[in-house]
Design a protein around this ligand. Structure first.
Ligand code: MG
Length: 380
């Protein structure tokens, strides 16, 4: 039995991770779940999966959950201390990092320090703290297993060759709901339009990030850390069908890709059982049905999320933190109708030009940068 801790158990990745647990009886055991504030969902998960610990970050929600599950032996905790306690439970084997945002950084570090493998879906953690996480994971002999579909595809394709044989990484992107649109057509796009993603069913933050290409920018930086590859060797391809999930080109010209239907269960399950491939009862890819697969260059002049991310990665230090935190603040304001779609880029760029830069930020400094950036982005 592999013992799991799921951070972000009520979100999109978390609930699909629990599908994998359900689909593999006797092989996976949930030791702890953690979420933000969804009392009802957390209660249902406690009753179905019997974790010994449940954490809700929100204190009031945790108190409500505690009351609801008092007939069970499950302990209930709250706040960052609760998340860290869940992440570092001695009995765990693997921690699924599926929280959205920088809140995942400290629990991920705690899990690595406890010697647990990490199945990482929380891209902000690597984007903002990759320079802390990756050396620490190497030092502790911990595996960082990607859960993001593209990074899982790269990870799977990397089994075909050695690290020194990689020529470049081909990272695919669906292009989001506004693909092909010109700048005048997207200027006044509403949150409702941006929330309609054509292929993937994801949370609202990731869906907006997909429409701006910020998500792809974060993924380029994530791939840079996960696969120890310079950003200029990671090339983004717009691939609207979302069938080729990403690929690796080797120095002899061979391109090895992973293909499949757009479904997160495979990358989640692959990370949980790596290096074993386990039967998965999901729809199979039918290439006769799929027909043609197309690829386009991203329109980085219009959808500047990608170019701003590359700029942040090239600068290094805390610049990816500024990029990410400014985007988080901007997306919140966009969803509230306070700024326009293009305003998201303007706010990110402004913050990158104005927030204090630092070369090699510690974890505390990462959060100071986040605070300064959020304050800047909320005030401009
Ligand atoms: Mg992705």
């Amino acid at each position: 039995m592999k013992k799991l801790v799921i951070l972000g158990s009520t979100g999109s990745i978390g609930t699909q991770t629990l599908d994998i647990v359900r689909g593999n009886p006797g092989r996976l055991e949930v030791m702890a779940i953690a979420a933000g504030s969804s009392v009802e969902m957390a209660e249902a998960q406690v009753r179905e999966f019997h974790p010994v610990l449940a954490v809700l970050y929100d204190e009031k929600a945790a108190a409500a959950l505690k009351e609801k599950v008092k007939d069970t032996p499950c302990r209930v905790l709250s706040g960052m201390d609760g998340l860290i306690e869940a992440a570092s439970m001695p009995a765990a084997d693997i921690v699924v990092g599926a929280m959205v945002g920088m809140i995942g950084i400290r629990p991920t570090i705690a899990a690595i320090e406890a010697g647990h493998d990490i199945a990482i879906a929380n891209k902000e953690t690597l984007v903002c703290a990759g320079h802390v996480i990756m050396p620490l994971a190497r030092e502790k002999g911990v595996r960082i297993l990607p859960v993001d579909s593209e990074h899982s595809a790269i990870f799977q394709s990397l089994r075909a060759g050695g690290h020194e044989e990689i020529e470049k990484i081909l990272l695919t992107a669906s292009g989001g709901p506004f693909r092909g649109k010109k700048i005048d057509e997207i200027r006044d796009m509403t949150a409702a339009a941006a929330l309609k993603h054509p292929n993937w069913d994801m949370g609202p933050k990731v869906t907006i990030d997909s429409s701006t290409l910020v998500n792809k920018g974060l993924e380029v930086i994530e791939a840079h850390w996960l696969f120890d590859t310079p950003v200029d060797r990671i090339e983004v391809y717009i691939h609207p069908q979302s069938i080729v999930h990403s690929a690796v080109q080797y120095r002899d010209g061979a391109v090895i890709a992973q293909l499949g239907v757009p479904d997160m269960h495979l990358p989640i399950q692959y990370a949980l059982f790596y290096p074993e491939r386990v039967y998965l009862e999901e729809k199979r890819l039918d290439l006769f049905d799929t027909g043609s697969l197309t690829f386009e260059r991203p329109d980085t002049g219009t959808f500047r999320g990608l170019s701003l991310a590359v700029r942040a990665a090239d600068r290094g230090g805390n610049m990816p933190v500024i990029f990410n935190a400014a985007n988080e603040a901007a997306v919140k304001r966009f969803l509230k109708g306070e700024i326009s779609f293009l305003g998201i880029y303007e706010l990110i760029e402004d913050a990158m030009d104005n927030v204090t830069f630092s070369e090699d930020p510690s974890v505390d400094e990462i959060f100071l940068t986040e605070k300064e950036t959020t304050e800047y982005a909320d005030a401009h």
